[in-house]
Design a binder for this molecule. Sequence first.
Ligand SMILES: O=c1ccn([C@@H]2O[C@H](COP(=O)(O)O)[C@@H](O)[C@H]2O)c(=O)[nH]1
Length: 604
Amino acid sequence: AQPEAPAPVAAPMRDLEWGQINFLHTTDIHGWLGGHLQEAQYSADWGDYVSFVEHMHRKANEKGVDLLIVDTGDRVEGNGLYDGSDPKGNYTYDIFGQQNLDILCTGNHELYQEDTVAREHSITVPHFKKSYIASNLDYIEPETGNQIPQAKRYIKFKTKNQNYTVVALGFIFDFDRNANNSVVVPVAETMKQEWFQSAIREKPDLFVVIGHVGLRMAEFEQIFKVIRDENWYTPIAFLGGHAHVRDARRFDDKAVAIASGRYFETIGWLSVDGISKRKTDVATSARAGVTFKRRYIDNNVLGLQYHAGVDEKNFTTAHGRNVSRMITEARKALNLDHKIGCAPKDLWMTRAQYPSNASIFTWLEKKVIPDTVINEERADKPRLTIVNTGAVRFDIFEGAFTKDSTYLISPFTSKFNYVPDVPYAVAKKVLQLLNNGGAVFQAGHLDTKYLSIPEQMAPSPFLGKEPSPPPHVARPIFYDGEQAQRPLVEDEDGGDNDGDDEEPELVNGYTTKDDLGDDGDDAVHSPIKFYSVPNCIQAQVAFPEAGDPETVDLVFIDYVQPWIIPALKFSGGDYDTDNITVYTNATLTDVIAEWVGKHWTEGC
Ligand SMILES: O=c1ccn([C@@H]2O[C@H](COP(=O)(O)O)[C@@H](O)[C@H]2O)c(=O)[nH]1
């Protein structure tokens, strides 16, 4: 049977504030439809969400207001439930499709591989015929080579209870590593197209712009400006994603965006009130005070029951139960709970400093890569092996390390390539260039921030700033939770150190600050400290005991390849792609599984 996640601990809660039009929002689920089995706070599964939405629709009907369900992409890659089947997603498309979504769009992870693009086109788009939007995404039909819209460019509809007219658009950021059977049209270009110019002149009561777009990236701002120029008073609700953070951004007093985290940890709530019927009453629209409220719901059943106002006995609906059963059966068929080893301790991506013994990156660099990323024919050659930190997706928790865990940590299909016999004096400069970025890589797709973890790509100004690192350890801006918000320090008896131990002890979790304030999270938590990581890490292997080698093999995970030649050139090495060959066909997922199976053999 599927292991039960520990029960969530009740936390002090903030209520949802309803408006005339309300949104429940998921983004960057990355296959985590089964919830978090090792973290009680995020342990509700997609079936529980189906039950929750049923209750919330009933509530909306009782209040006479509208509820729209939205997903903004990156549904795939990052969890055994998706990555563990062949072909990938054998179970997840059907499970995801059980939710009634009003508006959805594509993320970059639906576009990296040709087969993923094709599955999206043949399964998800037709399943959500009325609600799937692809404002700037085309599909190349394999039979004809024709370039066609991946889905509708925009949709216009009337809301059920309040009878508002809504125009909804659905974008992906200006992504350029998409597979050849897809075309991402840059946002700025899309907005010149005739259909877009007509859409923004439809005179709805509300524009809804969803997108696989980070709120602090340029694209939403560009869209906001163009819509606002044509519609001075119409409220615009933006629902974004991609950056894996909880965030809200206010563009003006009638336009607000939210982002709802990652990995199905968070269900976002956005409500809009004070919307006027624009067609009939432009003067009222101009005066009306529109209010936006947002909440980030921790995805656990206790919280969902709380917000739905339903007790444990009545929460799970027949449909929800059935979806949870589909998940359990899929996990069983995929053997995801198969134990590969036992992690002796937690290893963190950003909750521990890098380098340190608690950092997953230090573990990869010092243990896993040296032992497993090996080309037998060149095993005795000194080598530098580079992996981008973005290739790692999740923490490791002490205890059972399962088949599922390998996909949670790194789901990608990238292999390792190399340039043989590079003078060490040249090769040793590459890592520093990848981590410093700068002028070597012209802006655009070679921006080195794309090597790093999503949370660091376009950070919110509220995330604080680490003290400047020394110049030789260049890091992108990130944050230290302690500066962003003072942590509650536990006192000796486990209380919260405020001298009043009547107060409930807070569980560590999100303590979000955004443009709307610091009261966004539904559960009141004590903050978690985060540390920045570099764009890439490097393992140094088979080096002579004394002195430097003359030459090394420069090995790298193939995702990094576009950056390698320019970095070598800048370091004084004249190489091109002809100098690059396969080092090993193993993926990072494979080598982690191999290492864990060999070394973490005892303890659980
Ligand atoms: O094959 C891949 C694909 C992606 N990455 C890393 O992931 C981020 C993008 O993550 P999102 O979930 O889309 O935000 C990308 O910038 C890379 O750092 C990878 O390493 N390998």
